[in-house]
Design a protein around this ligand. Structure first.
Ligand code: IMP
Length: 429
């Protein structure tokens, strides 16, 4: 089975939408395995622009979409996304979207807690998307989550809500926020049941069937390795494992089913939200990257912080994420810069370190060590072959390959789907 998993290799927003769309067009099934509606992909197909948060990108290409158990699902967000894309002419329903029956649900109290806690953190806020992602994952591991399958059992729902509210209302009261009434939540969930249950199934069985039928499965990661709850810049991370290994646990296949792991990285670096960012630029170059790259969050609209390519960080993501090939995006944003810098390591108290340390204090001290490369004045926008790239741009890409210790298998040179230089086919295994 030639499957592919695609994950972000920086702090998210690497331009996954375009690459995922291209891969989805070659797959039979597209699976989301973690995250929730904190993610955002923009897909441009013909004259339509689709903004997807929860729906696997494959639905745009008429493929079967699966939402795995590793996702946290906000029912209202899902239903409104389905109705929005239906309004754009897409056919989405239980025939082409299946949802793991054991997926935990995001309830209205989760975003309320998320926002109240962020407010209480003040200056130390994480900069979450405010969608309730963290609190929903907390409930999952605390074994009190309401899952999709519970919608079929009102008695189970009622007992679970008692436990949930005991915990959350205590917390909300302490934070000075409004509390929730059980009956209103219960009524809301009972009303959602007939709309959501037709999508529910044991998706592990379907994936097992797909394996036997030699179907091509694409596992579509959200966020990125540096936002992984274990391997990222904790606590300034999301609340799920974003590494490709989680595609197995988050969808119910064995580790051998994941296939080739493709990492996606921008030719520079961006981040939204708070947290360490050693190569962040506060000068005109940073501003230029933000403007040329149109660096605003898809979900929250927040301007993204911008900086030089951090090869030390991406190398780390390649190692912990099991990345076998890199898709490099937005090379054209660097056009016209006379010199480019790549971070090859950090100076921490006079010592050269080749990884971002785990401790917050050490991270704050990490000063990037730069290698300076010559830029290019020509446009690389829309290039579809190496021959169309200036020699200095090729040198930049080749140096990235060496430093991150992974081959660049795909290079994207504009938002257009066909403006891509393909080096090797990830589905070829
Ligand atoms: P949460 O996932 O809403 O809890 O937010 C935690 C951190 O992850 C914040 O810094 C968010 O900005 C960041 N984050 C969550 N989803 C995305 C994404 O899709 N792209 C980039 N950053 C994200």
């Amino acid at each position: 089975m030639a499957n592919v998993a695609i994950i972000g290799a920086q702090w998210g927003d690497e331009g996954k939408g375009k690459v995922v769309d291209w891969l989805a067009s070659r797959a039979d099934i597209v699976v989301r395995f973690q995250g929730g509606h904190n993610a955002g992909h923009t897909l441009v197909v013909g004259n339509q622009t689709y903004k997807l948060s929860l729906l696997p990108s494959g639905v745009v290409r008429g493929k079967l979409g699966i939402i795995g158990n590793g996702v946290v699902l906000d029912p209202e967000a899902l239903l409104s996304e389905i109705s929005r894309v239906r309004g754009q002419g897409l056919d989405v329903g239980p025939h082409n979207l299946r949802i793991a029956e054991n997926v935990p649900l995001i309830l209205p109290l989760h975003p309320a807690i998320d926002k109240a806690r962020e407010e209480a953190r003040g200056e130390a806020k994480i900069g979450t998307t405010g969608r309730g992602i963290g609190p929903a994952y907390e409930d999952k591991v605390a074994r009190r989550a309401i899952r999709l399958c519970d919608l079929a059992e009102p008695e189970t729902l009622s007992a679970k809500l008692d436990e949930l509210l005991l915990h959350h209302n205590t917390l909300l009261k302490g934070l000075g926020a409004a509390t929730f009434e059980k009956q209103a939540l219960l009524d809301g969930l009972v009303a959602l049941a007939p709309k959501l249950l037709p999508y529910a199934e044991a998706v592990w069985e379907r994936l097992d069937g797909a394996r036997h039928a030699n179907k091509r499965v694409l596992f579509e990661g959200a966020q990125a390795v540096m936002l992984d709850v274990d391997h990222g810049t904790y606590p300034f991370v999301t609340s799920s494992n974003t590494v490709a290994g989680n595609a197995a646990a988050g969808s119910g296949i064995g580790p051998h089913g994941i296939g080739t792991v493709l990492g996606i990285a921008k030719a520079y670096t961006t981040r939204v939200g708070s947290g360490p960012f050693p190569t962040e630029l506060f000068d005109d170059v940073g501003k230029r990257l933000g403007e040329r790259g149109r660096e605003f969050g898809t979900v929250t609209g927040r301007p993204r912080r911008c900086g030089w390519f951090d090869a030390c960080l991406v190398r780390q993501a390649v190692k912990v994420g099991g990345v076998q090939g890199l898709a490099l995006t937005k090379l054209d944003v660097l056009d016209g810069l006379t010199e480019l810098k790549i971070c090859t390591g950090y100076d921490i108290d006079g010592e050269v370190v080749k990884r971002l340390p785990a401790a917050l204090g050490a991270q704050a001290k990490a000063k990037p060590i730069y290698e300076v490369l010559e830029g290019w004045s020509q446009s690389t926008m829309g290039a579809r072959s190496w021959a169309e790239l200036p020699a200095t741009a090729i040198k930049y890409v080749k140096r990235i390959e060496e430093l991150v210790e992974a081959p660049v298998t795909l290079l994207s040179t504009s938002p257009e789907r066909d403006d891509t230089i393909l080096v090797s086919d990830p589905f070829a295994g």
